[in-house]
Design a protein around this ligand. Structure first.
Ligand code: NDP
Length: 277
């Protein structure tokens, strides 16, 4: 039961969660719009996530974000899913309804908005290479096709996972699978997206420079130290633009904020504020 004298409760669930930027981003959005809001980071293992989420709801929680490693599990805890969440099989935004949770996925629209609005990249008719076939990769495919890309090539360390992605998301548009060892024959791309978590384990991806077409954009979905090796590779090999995924993080949060509050926050101001920190 929620107490109407308290601000509405929101949270981000994940493990680990202490370094999540989501509480700061949502509080900054709310501050800019003069909205009172309680947004906390809550640590939950996959085993404890269902009970932790149920307790959050019983204590008045009306919306939540979900991050690693809980996004796919979150989809199974929802009574209803948006088309984006159903296609990707993963939920990053939960909305409490009377009868249970509604699940959405704003990662793909967040990426597209960052590419188009902040980086000035027109996605229509672009050739795109997606490195990685995990949850984040799955989450962005349909939004890329909706933005009009011509073709998507997916390369993943485990080729079976790339094939499964191409199979499951075939309705979104033409997806080719490329063996990681054959990337040097894959051709040149307008946009190269790194959706692997290799750098988090200290692994620097060995990528051929031939992947970068003229004035190509290289984009790492991660940010901070994890994005650095890929962005250095891109810059050293002549990419026209190279960006980390901080803008995607802010834009997926802005989309979640819009779903919960019916107001679009000033995401550009929040991104500038975060980069200054
Ligand atoms: P997953 O664990 O689901 O997938 C990890 C991916 O990385 C798999 O494709 C895996 O390949 C690949 N990989 C891992 N290690 C290596 C390696 N040493 N060499 C090559 N490939 C490797 O993670 P997510 O998809 O959820 O996340 C991926 C990244 O995207 C993370 O860094 C995350 O922080 C970022 N992200 C950013 C968001 C944002 O808002 N900016 C939102 C969501 C994610 P394999 O299948 O072979 O194991």
């Amino acid at each position: 039961m929620s107490d109407l004298t308290l601000p509405p409760r929101f949270a981000v669930f994940g493990q680990p969660i202490t370094h999540s930027l989501s509480p700061r981003i949502h509080r900054h959005f709310a501050q800019g719009l003069g909205i009172a809001l309680d947004y906390q980071a809550i640590e939950a293992t996959p085993e404890l996530f269902p009970a932790t989420l149920a307790r959050f709801a019983s204590q008045g929680g009306i919306g939540a974000n979900v991050t690693l490693p809980l996004k796919e599990q979150a989809a199974t805890l929802c009574l209803e899913l948006s088309p984006a969440a159903r296609r990707s099989g993963a939920v990053n935004t939960l909305v409490r309804r009377d009868d249970g949770w509604f699940g959405d996925n704003t990662d793909g629209s967040g990426l597209v908005r960052d590419l188009e609005a902040h980086l000035g990249l027109a996605l229509a008719q672009r050739q795109v290479l997606l490195l990685g076939a995990g949850g984040a990769a799955r989450g962005v495919v349909s939004a890329l096709f909706e933005a009009g890309i011509a073709e998507l090539v997916v390369a993943n360390r485990s080729i079976e996972r790339a094939r499964a992605l191409a199979h499951d998301l075939a309705a979104c548009g033409p997806i080719q699978v490329c063996d990681w060892q054959e990337l040097d024959q894959a051709g040149a791309f307008d946009l190269v997206l790194n959706a692997t978590s290799a750098a988090r384990q200290g692994v620097v991806l060995a990528l051929p420079a031939s992947l970068l077409g003229a004035d190509a954009c290289a984009y790492d979905l991660s940010y901070g130290d994890s994005a650095r090796p890929f962005l250095e590779w891109a810059t050293q090999h002549g990419a026209g633009r190279a960006s980390d995924g901080l803008g995607m993080l802010v834009e997926q949060a802005a989309q979640a904020f819009l779903i919960w509050h019916g107001l679009r926050p000033d995401s550009a101001a929040t991104l500038t504020w975060l980069r200054e920190q």
